[in-house]
Design a protein around this ligand. Structure first.
Ligand code: PBG
Length: 324
């Protein structure tokens, strides 16, 4: 009988040997926690489609920011839910709008200890729920939207944001935002671009999280799930336009895109472990079908392994505690 020549199992014998040859690291500072803050509520409101996630009040958000800083997270990504929405998303550029107030609150609380990021998109602020404004025929008006994104970026910068996160998939959005920030003396505000963002069914639970009013879909601006090369094109365009970090979203159904983008650019690559990816694990764990904590760590490890330097995940706080 021939003995095996190569025995990979030798290096799997003990936990210490396995740690020695671990190819992928997972650390709290690589994880960013997305958080929702809602105008006009007096207590945090649970989101039924995302068990364990809430819409924060301004006060409870400040508390969450302190905890995130203490856990050594890589940052917070803020989403605002205004009381009133309109056709052009006025609440997004209003200095007293909920998102801009929340940015200032969090920055006052944590200063430079925790990077503060904000979603830069109109969908939470428009009554039609689209990421851009509409023309007279009801189509997305790309270039009119850029003008508003530029103002929104400046409003977030004045509020103290460290990174803006344009997520609307308008062509030229990164260049428009970079130009506005630089022109407004905000050269130090960085751009985390949602570069390759796919029109995904897995955003479902998020729609409840932000009280979305969207009817129809986002397929004229978000990408088709089958297009990987186009994801790389989008990421390269964003780097050329001045993106400091490029992101692929969702993460799990697009690990190949994360990997291809990582190989194609020299800036850090982020991935967004989105609401549906979170809720599927939570739902299966609640039924006792999978081991929740192992599934969380395995999920986040797989996104790192694919090539993400930074991962946005609703499990960031808990994962940091599990890793400690
Ligand atoms: C758009 C935006 C969305 C998400 C983040 N930013 C929704 C969408 O594009 O439909 C989804 C995040 C998630 O599902 O966790 N501003």
């Amino acid at each position: 009988m021939a003995f095996p020549q190569t025995r990979p199992r030798r290096l799997r014998r003990t936990p210490a040997l396995r740690a020695l040859v671990a190819e992928t690291t997972l650390r709290p500072q690589q994880l960013v926690l997305p958080v929702f803050v809602r105008e006009g509520i007096s207590a945090p409101a649970p989101i039924s489609s995302m068990p364990g996630v809430v819409q924060h009040t301004r006060d409870s958000l400040r508390q969450a920011a302190v905890e995130a800083a203490q856990a050594g997270l890589g940052g917070l990504m803020l989403f605002g839910i205004p009381e009133r929405k309109d056709a052009v998303g006025s609440g997004a550029i209003d200095p007293e709008g909920i998102l801009n107030l929340a940015i200032a609150d969090v920055v006052a609380e944590v200063g430079d200890a925790l990077p503060v990021m904000a979603d830069l998109c109109l969908d939470e602020f428009t009554d039609h729920g689209h990421c851009g404004v509409l023309d007279s025929l009801g189509r997305i008006d790309n270039d009119a939207t850029l003008v508003i994104y530029a103002e929104m970026a400046l409003a977030q910068a004045v509020a103290g944001v460290d990174l803006v996160g344009p997520s609307g998939m308008m062509d030229g959005q990164v260049a428009a935002i970079r130009e506005a920030l630089d022109g407004g003396g905000q050269q130090d505000v960085a751009i985390l671009a949602y570069s390759a963002k796919y029109a995904s069914a897995f955003y479902g639970p998020f729609r409840e999280a932000v009280d979305s009013t969207l009817e129809g879909d986002r397929r004229t601006y978000q990408q088709a799930p089958g297009n990987a090369r186009e994801g790389v094109l989008e990421a390269k365009l964003d780097v050329d336009e001045g993106a400091d970090i490029v992101m692929v979203k969702p993460a799990l159904a697009y690990l190949d895109v994360i990997s291809a983008v990582r190989a194609a650019v020299d800036v850090p690559v982020a991935a967004y472990n989105i609401s549906g990816e979170y809720s599927m694990v939570e739902a299966a764990a609640a039924k006792g079908w999978i081991d929740r904590e192992s599934a969380i760590i395995e999920t986040l490890t797989s996104i790192r392994r694919a090539g993400a330097d930074v991962t946005l995940t609703y499990w960031a706080q808990e994962a940091a505690e599990l890793l400690a």
